[in-house]
Design a protein around this ligand. Structure first.
Ligand SMILES: CC(C)(COP(=O)(O)OP(=O)(O)OC[C@H]1O[C@@H](n2cnc3c(N)ncnc32)[C@H](O)[C@@H]1OP(=O)(O)O)[C@@H](O)C(=O)NCCC(=O)NCCS
Length: 167
């Protein structure tokens, strides 16, 4: 695999990334979940990865929770369909884990659809646990919060406790 370049996104990246997300999610309508504000206001805790030709191969957008400063929240992560299963998604999360630890966070949270088996398995491989506490019920065989984001919008809550390098 050619060398990869990890860098912070800028607003100039937004048109290109937002044009790819529906395809990268297999046709699901995702672009409304990625307004430009992510590239304007969350650049310091987000990542772009490109190949040596400057072509986008992945991105992660996230933030440190203002309301819960010990929690970092990963809003979206994706890698190019041509570059999957090569450790790029893991590498993006490792960059984000470093950002989170540097900011004093101790957990990373994310949510996904119970039917997104790839996302559930990916997060499990990265050490996330699936919240199976009060309010959850099995949906597609995974613990999920029914109607979490409104009627019919079920979600799995994913939690990764960060290893404290100073512990
Ligand atoms: C989910 C996604 C980001 C994974 O990216 P990736 O670059 O292929 O992931 P990696 O190669 O770094 O894999 C990391 C781990 O997840 C596991 N994994 C990745 N894809 C998997 C799959 N399809 N099925 C099962 N496990 C999978 C890998 O085995 C690996 O574990 P290991 O290191 O212990 O072997 C990518 O498939 C994607 O962009 N999907 C569409 C967007 C999406 O659903 N994003 C997540 C929800 S926001």
């Amino acid at each position: 695999m050619s060398p990869l370049n990890f860098r912070r996104p800028t607003e100039a990246d937004h048109p290109h990334v937002v044009d790819l997300v529906d395809e990268w999610w297999g046709g699901r309508k995702m672009r409304a979940l990625l307004p430009r504000l992510w590239f304007r206001h969350f650049s310091g805790t987000s990542w772009i990865v490109e190949d040596d030709g400057g072509r986008l191969v992945g991105f992660l957008v996230g933030f440190i929770s203002p309301g819960h400063p010990k929690v970092a929240y990963a809003h979206m992560i994706a890698t190019s369909p041509n570059h999957r299963r090569r450790g790029i998604g893991r590498a993006l999360y490792e960059q984000f884990f470093s950002d989170a630890l540097a900011a004093g966070a101790r957990e990373v949270h994310a949510i996904t659809w119970p039917g997104n088996r790839v996302s559930v398995d990916f997060h499990r491989h990265l050490g996330f646990r699936l919240d199976d506490g009060p309010g959850t019920t099995p949906i597609y065989s995974v613990p999920a919060h029914p109607h979490y984001d409104g009627e019919g919008e079920d979600r799995v809550l994913l939690i990764r406790v960060l290893d404290n390098p100073h512990a």
